[in-house]
Design a protein around this ligand. Sequence first.
Ligand SMILES: [Ca+2]
Length: 540
Amino acid sequence: MEVYSITINDHWIRISKKLWILLVLVICLLALHVTCAAKIQQPHIVFMIVDDLGWSDVSFHGSKQIPTPNIDAIARDGIILNNYYVAPTCSPSRGSLMTGKYPLRLGFQHEVIVANSPWVAFRILQGRISPNEERLRFLFWLLNGVEDYFTHFSDTTDMSGLDLHDGYENVWDFNGTYGTELFTTKAKEPLFLYIGQQAPHTGNFAKPLQVPDKYVKPLIGIPDEGRRNFCRNGICIDHSVGEIFDALEKSKMLDNTIFVFTTDNGGAVEGTDGSFGSNFPLRGSKYNLWEGGTRAVGFVWSPFLRHRSRIFNDLMHISDWLPTLVSAAAGTEVAKTMKHIDGVDLWPSFVHNLPSPRQDILLNIDSVDGVEGFRWKNFKLVKGSYYNETFDGWYDKNGKLIKGLLPAEPKARLKLYKRTYLKYLKRSKAARTLWRKYAKDPRLAISCHTPGCQTFPIVKCSRVIPPSESTCKPKEAACLFDIDDDPCEYFNIAEQYPEVVEQLQFAINRYRTAEKPPGGQPPDLAADPKLHGNVWKPWK
Ligand SMILES: [Ca+2]
């Protein structure tokens, strides 16, 4: 099994590289072992993680601003993950993905690990992959969380330099090539393909939203310029998904492929980080534990999934991908041998339409900021608040703070949108591929295979937004919500269910001793690209 890794983003390359090596080696070795022993057919795994895509930044969640027909077509023919959680920022999510562990076990529970911060695993970049591991190929990647989409230079407050790499080589000759298209081109020869797309995260702070003119047309109806430009980034991602899906079919690999799509955290709202994501109607934003920060866009598609075109309402956490993909590649018995992880093998649930064995999720314990959260069945507990309660409110479809009553959508506009959307969906590359190959029409309704299941992955809440101060003061006491009945976290029910609060608090405390000291360190001036030929690279 050849292994490729494209673009590693968002301040975490030092640890991620090591962890990714571990992940792919584990999967490859286990898969190889079982293939030899039992002649199991190995799947191709295509794993795409996108950066800062919010709940309402895809049209299959109901967004009428970002048409994502390719993403929607595959999601609607696959399994849509409707109670799927990630960390509220990049480093912890990606750390969990690589290790199958909760971020607090990695020292990733507090803030992101920035590119010029010393990190013990950093030396892994210094050519530690031996010639015997040459089949483990790392192609294009970038080190920082932000960079120019065209020049591929990354700027921090005090430092600037090229941040585009092919293995251990610096890549200078793609100046002018748009980032999303560059990585898509590089991703067309997969077997085990990890694609960490740069978008829709903002570029450098001086020019955060960059997109070629050809993506401008479909979104001229969005009045807010920042949101409009952010949406164009979302269209780029959709285009990328369609291209890769098409390439899989042309390479005759689709029949044997598992395709995973996930975001790494909720959308950043109101211009935070220069971004204009939307998590509507969920509460909060990137950086916090409300649903808007942690309930993620995600789906899995594969011909191996016998009951497709359905919504998976059971709990899932990003740490589950490691044992789940090991299970898919090597069998459930091999996945069971993975010890000391928090992730749960969901492959049998996906393939056989079984309930998830996962009953709870530790959302985080950050002792530095005093923020913690836990989901158990339908209940969710949140305690503490980041950034002095700045992101504790509700934000509309443009990522703007909602005050009072939410305006209703004009009916005529909804009709027009529906007609246009169905056309987009039918004409998308992914839909045409699904029709040609499997006679599947993604415009058809999602089916239900279990009693009480949903057929539409759209969260709806009351138009009346309660004042957050009156319902929940998470800095003073833990708040409790029933997410099944109240997905928008309007109503704090901690006083009605003190025994549930106590039980969830007890569950959190069980993890407290596992919390490692946060790994982020102050920037090291020796990391300055000026000292290394204007390139972001290992400096120690
Ligand atoms: Ca992110």
